[in-house]
Unconditional design. Structure first.
Length: 560
């Protein structure tokens, strides 16, 4: 099986070449290996789509493996969220769910094997002393005074480390490679450290934990991975990945690095995202302003739009930052095809149709989605009193304002032509109501005599309206690169956007939205795409704006 030429990036080309040569016996086996120390973000979505996508395209398998070697930062909450995110994106690891902690005993035995082969030793230097002894890129490091310990002594100390006889920091296990190696990561890297911390799966069984660099390649080997696909920051670690596999003489997968996914106006550091949550700058990991997968899901993004975005971004060896607009456009394209249209008024202004009978109500036909005829239509109630947006009326409009004003005629979406005849103000001079007449011959929104109007307004019937809270989101940061600060005394948090969330209470919605449930997505005509938030209850509707509306119809209306 081969992928289409549209998707034959350099990683897929490697896979195809390996299949053609029979390098792995015709097998393709990848894995997605997150560390459960935070929620996944849009950058992880690229890795998920690549690893699971390649396995699917070439008839292979993809494992989900948690690299859980740091008990102090990991939690079952993160494990559960990661599994939910992978499933939501449309991928399935079937029966191949693994944890690095599944391999702790085997990793330990391999560490003893390296000691017996004189390729590892117990070092009693402090971490600070180890760091200072590594040297520089142009100067060799200094051998640890413990580097010459005998095999028996190293085995004894390592076993006593495992038994919990020493305090944290007393010893570490290091690989014995070369302190003068030009690649600094190969200057006797740490393999094990002492940590008295409860692990979310193994409890207190272990008090020594392997490092990521020691664990990762061996976990790949145990799972018989063929292509170990990771982001470019691990390219520098590949020589160490290779060294461990070769020193142990075990199955040796091929590590392949690709470019990370970065976006403007946000960041992909789990550590910093955690700070935003802990310090209350956002409401949680799933805050719709966050670049996390759960945040995007809550905001109204679809798995299809994210997969399409990832495919568009592509796979290369060059790190770059994508404009957030590109991601938003993929969501617009998906929702434009699939989201039902509805009418909602966020900043209501009352309209009274003076020549419409007070006790009458029309049920007007409204198309659910002009891009999808199969979506059908719905009935929208029309009555004497309506609401329109405040910004759609001006008492003294400028020349290029084509919406409603005194003496002006406009179209109400799916309804009638109306003409403003009177403006009602309160004692402070604020406009509180406008009065209009309607032309009953224009039912459906067109005039039989062929006359045209320059604007079409959305509206809701005051008698039938459903109230809701609507959250309008903007970029989380005011700068494309949050690390760019105007004042050196400030940090990246100074670029947080204070206007990233605006809450509109008392928005007026058409009555069909009363039955909307959490996760439903709609286009509010002329306003954008919106999603029902998880905080919605039987007594309170809450909508999040997923993305603004920028299709051709909206641009045309914006001229008014």
């Amino acid at each position: 099986m081969t992928a289409s030429s549209e998707y034959r990036d350099f990683v897929r080309q490697i896979v195809e070449d390996d299949l053609a040569s029979g390098k792995w016996g015709g097998r393709v086996h990848t894995r997605f290996p997150p560390e459960p120390n935070g929620y996944l973000h849009i950058g992880h979505a690229k890795s998920i789509c690549l690893n699971f996508g390649i396995a699917k395209e070439y008839g292979g398998k993809c494992n989900l493996r948690f690299d859980d070697t740091n008990p102090e930062k990991e939690d079952v909450e993160y494990v559960d969220s990661i599994m939910e995110d992978v499933r939501w994106l449309g991928f399935d690891w079937e029966d191949r769910l693994f944890y690095a902690s599944d391999y702790f005993e085997q990793l330990y035995q391999w560490a003893e094997l390296l000691i017996r082969r004189e390729k590892a030793y117990v070092c009693s230097l402090s971490l600070e002393e180890i760091r200072s002894g590594r040297g520089t890129p142009s100067e060799p490091g200094t051998d640890s005074p413990w580097r010459s310990r005998s095999v028996d002594e190293n085995l004894d100390l390592f076993r006593r480390m495992r038994a919990g006889e020493f305090p944290e920091g007393a010893h570490v296990l290091r690989a014995r490679i070369d302190m003068a190696h030009k690649h600094m990561l190969l200057r006797d890297p740490i393999m094990y450290r002492i940590r008295y911390a409860e692990h979310h799966r193994t409890g207190n069984k272990w008090c020594i934990y392997p490092t990521y660099d020691y664990t990762h390649g061996q976990s790949d080997s145990l799972e018989q991975i063929t292509h170990s696909i990771c982001t470019l920051e691990f390219e520098n670690h590949r020589p160490l990945y290779d060294w461990y596999c070769e020193a142990l003489g075990i199955h040796h997968p091929q590590q392949i690095e690709f470019n990370r996914l970065n976006l403007t106006y946000t960041m992909m550091s789990k550590r910093r995202l955690l700070l935003l949550v802990q310090e209350g700058f956002v409401s949680g990991w799933d805050d719709p302003r966050m670049p996390t997968i759960c945040g995007l899901r809550r905001r109204g993004y679809t798995p299809e739009s994210i997969r399409a975005f990832v495919a568009y971004v592509g796979v290369t060896k060059n790190n770059a930052t994508m404009d957030m607009v590109v991601l938003e456009n993929h969501l617009r394209e998906d929702l434009n095809r699939n989201a039902a249209r509805r009418m909602a008024v966020l900043n209501p202004l009352k309209v009274v149709i003076t020549n419409y009978p007070e006790d009458q109500c029309d049920e007007l036909d409204a198309i659910n989605n002009p891009e999808n005829p199969a979506a059908g239509s719905r009935k929208v109630p029309f009555s004497r009193e309506l609401f329109i947006e405040q910004e759609d009326f001006m008492e003294d409009p400028p020349k290029k304002f084509f919406r409603l004003g005194p003496g002006r005629e406009v179209r109400l979406r799916w309804a009638y032509f109306i003409t403003c005849t009177e403006v009602i103000k309160d004692s402070s001079g604020k406009i509180v109501e406008i009065r209009c007449t309607y032309d009953p011959a224009t039912k459906g929104g067109d005039a039989p005599d062929g006359r045209k109007v320059k604007a079409t307004l959305h509206w809701v019937s005051a008698r039938h309206t459903v109230k809701a809270d609507v959250r309008l989101y903007d970029h989380l940061f005011v700068r494309e690169d949050p690390d760019e600060v105007a004042d050196p005394a400030l940090d990246w948090k100074s670029n947080l956007n204070p206007a990233s969330l605006q809450v509109v209470t008392g928005a007026m919605l058409e009555p069909s939205l009363a039955s909307a449930v959490v996760g439903d997505r709609f286009q509010f005509e002329r306003l954008g795409y919106f999603c029902v938030d998880r905080e919605t209850t039987a007594d309170r509707l809450v909508f999040n704006r997923s993305v603004t509306l920028k299709d051709a119809w909206a641009k045309e209306q914006a001229k008014g």
